[in-house]
Write a protein that binds this ligand. Structure first.
Ligand code: ATP
Ligand code: MG
Length: 244
């Protein structure tokens, strides 16, 4: 069953068509990976789904309801949340305060929001950093904080924009484990990522976007062998490295 449907959306910036007649279905409980070259339109797609941009054409349907044109915080209240590729925390607030803001999406009581935020910080391995300012965090911790803030809103569907890119190998493995755990808990995930290890090990299916259009869709093994995907994105080096 599709929990999220993107139907023939289109978005232009001036003369540039960033996303063109793009459709996808996200099934409940799956991890759907999105890959494509820099500038392909991946982040724009997230901006369209989560209400940061309004599509020029097309529709976004979440749990059977048309949410096209609804504001981001309203969409978040309904259970659909995203993280930002360029991390967007309040720099002069602490880690805990940043996550508490997310928790207030569903919780009114201040004490309960703090308790929830602390629980989330444990899950993303930032409990020890809870009193530090977001501005002093390393890139790895910033990405964990992005995930924490999103989780604190109690989402049903979470859109992750490059939460593994930029992490060192150990941090990347930790993040991959966390995302697997989220799927086991029933959270549905749409995952933009350039780190192939993460995309290939996490995704149930992968959609490939190139110049704003979908050029392929399928299981990771199918995608990694697709000549169009190799030409547009993966490159022969990837295929050679895999076969060695
Ligand atoms: N607000 C904007 N105004 C004008 N052009 C934009 C805007 N946002 C995105 N673009 C353009 O739209 C195209 C798609 O950008 P987008 O950020 O969606 O790519 P992406 O696939 O996320 O790339 P990356 O892998 O580098 O993050 C690019 O050519 C980009 O320059
Ligand atoms: Mg992007």
């Amino acid at each position: 069953m599709a929990i999220l449907e993107v139907k023939e959306v289109m978005k232009s910036f001036g003369g540039l068509v960033a996303v063109r007649d793009f459709s996808l279905e996200l099934r409940k409980g799956e991890i759907l990976g999105i890959i494509g070259p820099n500038g392909a339109g991946k982040t724009t797609l997230f901006n369209l789904i989560t209400g940061f941009y309004k599509p020029d054409k097309g529709k976004i349907v979440f749990r059977g309801e048309d949410i096209t044109g609804i504001r981001p915080h309203e969409i978040c209240k309904r259970g659909l949340v995203r993280t930002f590729q360029i991390t967007q925390s309040f720099a002069n607030l602490t880690v805990l305060e940043n996550v508490r803001i997310g928790a207030h999406n569903q919780i009114r009581s201040s004490r309960e929001a703090t308790e929830e935020a602390l629980r989330i910080l444990e899950r993303v391995d930032l409990y020890g950093k809870r009193e530090e300012l977001a501005s002093v965090l390393s890139i790895g911790h910033r990405k964990s904080l992005e995930l924490g803030k999103a989780l604190a809103t109690k989402p049903e569907v979470i859109l992750l924009d490059e939460v593994v890119a930029g992490l060192n190998s150990r941090e990347a493995d930790d993040m991959i484990k966390r995302l697997k755990m989220l799927r086991e808990e029933g959270i549905t995930i749409l995952l933009i990522e350039h780190v192939m290890k993460a995309i290939m090990s996490l995704s149930d299916r992968i959609v490939v976007i190139h110049y704003g259009e979908k050029i392929a869709e399928g299981k990771p093994v199918e995608i990694s062998k697709d000549p169009r995907v190799i030409e547009a994105y993966l490159g022969e080096e990837y295929v050679l490295a895999k076969s060695q």
